[in-house]
Design a protein around this ligand. Structure first.
Ligand code: BF8
Length: 583
């Protein structure tokens, strides 16, 4: 057998690399969560002027979940307590992460039994880095199970903290109309692209861009106004809460510069191509970095200060406006743009299905049980330059055609939106009859946009709500659901996949698979994990075949639940009703 100089086997090396990727993904999401928790505390303490608590209901719900006293206390006092508790989750050394309690009871017990319930977010990431150091953990199974523990610290930890606290400060998304693709850029306005992941700066930029003084300033420079458009997950955040249009997903970032119409691309962390600077050098576009953790050589650095947010955002927007006069003559904005509806948070789905007073997932569960909806799939993740841009969304079309409701986040959500799948009319055009009938009754598209990658936690919460509503088993692994990232590229996507697998979901990735060098490790992830966690990985680069794998898994779960035969709806006439009453 080929081994390393130290004797490390291909299994050890493959498991180490895989676990390190999960640690990197978890660290990225969780550092975002930590930044948001610190920011949340600053807002609660009145140290971040211009921000406020927007969703009081969610604040109070979270206080109840965390055992924070409400009584006669002000929202600010409650929020300070919540902020401290959330921040403590990162450095905790013992016990279990608090949000694990949100999972179905059976799942919590399984995590405890298998010894993978995460203790503290940073602890699991640091331990993953330690275990994968040369000469430490050399049992691939032990490593991969710590990979589960690390990933759970992402999904039920850092990412969930980010989503919850962002919703409280910026508002929980509700359905909102917008448009997507490079055609949202405007020839006669100052175009500013907000790109990256953390929404604090972008939120303030949206306010400053509408400021009368700034608009006058733009007019004085010869523009008709200021046009803010999003890119990558900052785009998703701003779309979900404000309907800010999206210029494009990950692989369109350089194209936005190449239009010649982008005055500034304002970036923070994650998924920002270093090549943007070289591309921008061919045009007038300014690439403005704003976060001390993510500088790029050759870019303009204007650090965002959340304690002085309005002025920070104003300085950045002013720089963009000043750059309008430098725009060259060769401006070419593609005309393509597509209408879309976004804003499907877990709470909104709950409300849409059940109404204000009976908010619940009951109608979804009922329609799964009666067979109109076959199951639910989460199709998430990146663009990958190894495959044709956005074409993997054939998977989404295949799923909805087969009556599978699709929940989306990240760059794949944008791919579907561009293809016109995120409007209610798409149900009649693309979905199977059963799914289309439910979508038409509720008034939703067959493909629901649930937010940024960090918001995959909304999908975890939706799956948990389905379990708790009853009739579909008593754990997430019993549900007729599946997950996929057909164009995955980033380590964050792997962390997401691993926490879905660890939560009991069959998850299929496309493009390539990082453990193929070790058949044992691959088998462990693809087969043994199913016996342990009820969820497992699969790899299938063909999006249609991958969709079929997901449908097969959904059908397997339907069979196990005894709902594999769609039940016809029986309409009772009076005679039948009397007969029933007589029983
Ligand atoms: O976090 S989907 S390319 S933008 S990593 Fe990046 Fe992938 Fe897009 Fe958002 Ni997610």
């Amino acid at each position: 057998m080929r081994v390393g100089v130290c004797g490390a086997t291909p299994e050890t090396i493959a498991a180490r690399n895989f676990t390190r990727m999960i640690a990197a993904g978890t660290a990225s999401h969780s550092d975002h969560g930590r930044t948001v928790a610190n920011f949340f505390l600053a807002v609660a303490r009145g140290e971040a002027a211009g921000y406020e608590i927007k969703d009081e209901q969610k604040l109070l719900q979270l206080a109840l979940d965390l055992g924070v006293t409400i009584g006669e206390r002000s929202n600010a006092e409650i929020a300070v307590d919540i902020g401290k508790i959330m921040l403590n989750e990162f450095g905790k050394q013992e016990g279990e992460l608090l949000f694990l309690k949100r999972a179905p009871l059976k799942r919590q017990e399984l995590w405890q039994k298998l010894g993978v319930a995460p203790r503290g977010i940073d602890r699991e990431v640091a331990e993953a880095m330690h275990r994968t150091h040369m000469g430490t953990d050399q049992d691939y199974q032990n490593l991969l199970n710590h990979g589960i523990r690390t990933a759970l610290a992402d999904g039920w930890g850092g990412s969930m903290i980010a989503t919850e606290l962002q919703d409280i400060i910026f508002g929980t998304p509700v359905p909102v109309a917008s448009q997507i693709n490079l055609g949202v850029l405007k020839e006669d306005e100052v175009n500013i692209i907000i790109h990256g992941h953390e929404p604090q700066l972008a939120e303030m930029m949206a306010i400053v861009a509408q400021d009368a003084e700034m608009i006058e300033y733009a007019k004085a420079k010869g523009a008709k106004g200021i046009n803010l458009a999003g890119m990558c997950c900052t785009a998703n955040e701003m779309l979900m809460r404000h309907g800010v249009p999206i210029a494009g997903n990950f692989l369109q970032q350089e194209l936005a510069v190449v239009t010649g119409a982008t005055e500034a691309m304002v970036v923070d962390v994650q998924c920002i191509m270093q090549g943007l600077v070289d591309t921008a050098n061919c045009y007038h576009t300014k690439i403005i970095t704003t976060d001390p953790r993510a500088k790029i050589q050759g870019a303009t650095h204007m650090e965002f200060d959340e304690h002085n947010a309005f002025e920070s955002a104003k300085a950045i927007i002013k720089t963009a406006v000043d750059n309008f006069v430098n725009r060259g003559k060769n401006v070419r904005i593609p005309q393509q743009k597509t209408d879309m509806i976004a804003g499907f948070s877990h709470e909104t789905i709950n409300y849409l299905l059940g109404g204000m007073f009976r908010a619940s997932y009951r109608p979804l569960n009922d329609n799964i049980i009666n067979g109109r909806i076959r199951g639910v799939a989460g199709v998430v993740g990146c663009n990958n330059p190894r495959v044709t841009h956005d074409l993997q969304l054939d998977m989404v079309k295949e799923l909805i055609k087969n009556d599978v409701l699709v929940l989306q986040t990240g760059c794949m959500a944008m791919a579907s939106a561009k293809a016109g799948l995120m409007v209610p009319e798409a149900a009649a055009k693309y979905a199977g009859d059963g799914l289309a009938s439910v979508c038409e009754a509720v008034g939703i598209p067959p493909v629901l946009h649930m937010g940024a990658c960090i918001d995959n936690t909304r999908i975890l919460m939706s799956a948990t709500a389905m379990v708790k509503d009853g009739g579909l088993g008593d754990d997430i692994s019993d549900l007729p659901v599946a997950g996929a990232a057909p164009e995955w590229m980033s380590e964050k996507a792997l962390a997401i996949g691993q926490y879905f697998v660890g939560s009991g979901v069959f998850t299929v990735f496309g493009v390539n698979w990082p453990t193929l060098g070790s058949p044992e490790v691959t088998d462990y992830l693809f087969k043994d994990f199913e016996k342990m966690y009820g969820g497992m990985w699969a790899f299938e680069p063909d999006p249609l075949k991958a969709a079929q794998l997901m449908i097969e898994h959904i059908d397997k779960k339907r069979k196990a639940l005894g709902i594999d035969k769609a039940r016809e709806r029986v309409l009772y006439d009076m005679a039948m009703r009397r007969e029933l009453d007589a029983v």
